[in-house]
Design a binder for this molecule. Sequence first.
Ligand code: NAD
Ligand code: IPM
Ligand code: MN
Length: 358
Amino acid sequence: MAPKKIALIGGDGVGPEVVAVGASVLAALRDTRGRDLSCEAFDLGAERFLRDGVTFPAETRDRLRHEFHAVLLGAVGDRRVPDNRHAHDILFGMRFGFDLYANIRPVQCLDDRLMPLRHHRASDCDFVVFRENTEGLYAGVGGTLKQGSPQEVAITEAVYTRHGVERIIRAAFAFARASGRKKVTLADKHNAMPHAHGLWLRVFREVAAEYPDLTAEHLFVDALCLFVVQDPGRFDVIVTCNLFGDIITDLAAALQGGMGMAASANLRPDEPEHVALFEPVHGSAPDLAGKDRANPFATVLCVGMMMAHFGFPEDQALLRDIVCEGLTTRRCTVDVGGELGTRAAGEWVVERVRQAGR
Ligand code: NAD
Ligand code: IPM
Ligand code: MN
């Protein structure tokens, strides 16, 4: 394989703890399966910001963009930085700065024990959310007037472009066809936001017409949230805007066993050489930070997504199988019914990768 360079950014809270596990899994894949992977750690996050005022330096940004194939990020967000400026610069510096327009968040429940819905099994929950990652209410357009006064005005505008909407919808349909899935569901709110989400619906219908082999369904996002809980099995691929994708995937993480199980990729589909960002869906979990309690499996599944992106779906399958085995044999953290700490759960995964490679 062509050598792959991976940047490791632990970030804040539990971020460094789970990225340490991710790094050791990558090392095990390199050693036992001959993958040509090299990692370099970057000191970014609240500590660095509080120490020397640096959030996401241009030099780092340019190196990541031009020298690296992937970034593994833990999480950013720290109460000591009240406006989380550093988190904004780092996370959006990559998502927006690298134009990683597809935020792909698989929602798969890997063990019946983790399925919280009484009448469902793990196999009923297996869909993928395509979250638009560069526009919408996250675009940063807006401002305030008369701040601090009773007349204060605050405006955040939702920005959608034909180009931005079309490319994520196309990515969702292309993924559905390529992965043998049958249905693509658009989650929008055109009843309340006819201008912005009218565009989504029109483009969705246009693109759907090119995929007669797939069922195209529209749901309002509020109703979709109801159905995700009542009947997750009806979903295959969901495509939606930036904010709705954020909310749907935390809701859906509850069907996977919690935030410690949800993985994501931020990338440009069909551009395998372009730097991509892999991160667990969870945040810095300040309640768990420094306690060796964070579940590292979401990060292990992120490494799996990274390896599939590099052209090794068999590595992703291996890591998923190991996570499933960890769940059934309870070699996992407390949140998913085990007794291991973050490090021990990670060491067990690494040991299984090494055994598989022998
Ligand atoms: P969170 O995801 O950090 O935590 C929500 C809940 O999930 C908490 O109960 C936490 O204990 C639990 N949880 C999270 N990760 C877990 C893990 N690996 N194992 C077990 N349980 C886990 O969300 P929050 O509390 O709303 O946010 C905390 C900070 O993280 C905020 O500053 C927020 O802005 C930031 N954040 C960053 C990212 C990111 O970097 N991509 C994502 C989400 C939130
Ligand atoms: C996520 C997070 C981020 C988001 C925050 C930290 C800005 O919640 O990655 O899901 O809203 O995208
Ligand atoms: Mn989120």
